[in-house]
Design a binder for this molecule. Sequence first.
Ligand SMILES: O=C1O[C@H](COP(=O)(O)O)[C@@H](O)[C@H](O)[C@H]1O
Length: 237
Amino acid sequence: MSAKEIVLADSGAVARYVADFLLAEAQRAPGTFRIALSGGSTPKRLYALMAEPAYAARFPWARTEFFFGDDRFVPADSPDSNRGMVEKTLFSHVDVPAANIYPMPDQGDPDAGARAYEAVLKERYGAAVLQKGRPLFDIVMLGLGENGHTASLFPRQPVLQEKTRWVAPCVPDDAPHTRLTLTYPAIASSRIVLFLVTGSAKAAVYARVRKGDPAEPASHITSDGQIEWIVDRDAAA
Ligand SMILES: O=C1O[C@H](COP(=O)(O)O)[C@@H](O)[C@H](O)[C@H]1O
């Protein structure tokens, strides 16, 4: 599918652009605004910007629901937890109702946790939502790992073949921790997929994905709406 690309000076500019973009989209949304968050270094800068008082005062926290596109199956107080990172950099600084935050399960059996998160999404939005064409998410934020993973869709893993489940576990062979991740069909149920890619270490994989290299998991991301790549000059080089 076609995708828009915006190239900005550096990761700070990417974070600022996305902060403004999310604010405009959230303000424009007629009702509940639903975001699936990602982990990663550039999103961390973005969350810190969103926590700044001048920004936070304008954001409609009470009608925004925050989900996670992926997380490591570790407790929130682990330095590897995406949820823990977002809590520290964003949620603990703003007036978001706790009921609007939907962290991924992080204890017990990962497969059961994935099914439980899918059940939460189905309970919240209706099991038939994917078939009806109404997207689950207004925004799904994604990153791009140097090994081509996006969310926690890692190369060569069975989760890449998943066509029916919305959430599934993934055990990467080149990264620590079992993960839970939205699957391709759940990510596709979005109005906008926003990829944030920064740094020269990502340039090679970014070029492969933009050419549609089928070996890269990120090449297979689709959206019911649009895909936007927000990248810095180093990654785009
Ligand atoms: O493992 C992860 O990494 C990706 C990419 O992160 P980045 O720091 O290289 O941008 C991220 O999108 C994902 O949420 C996270 O779990």
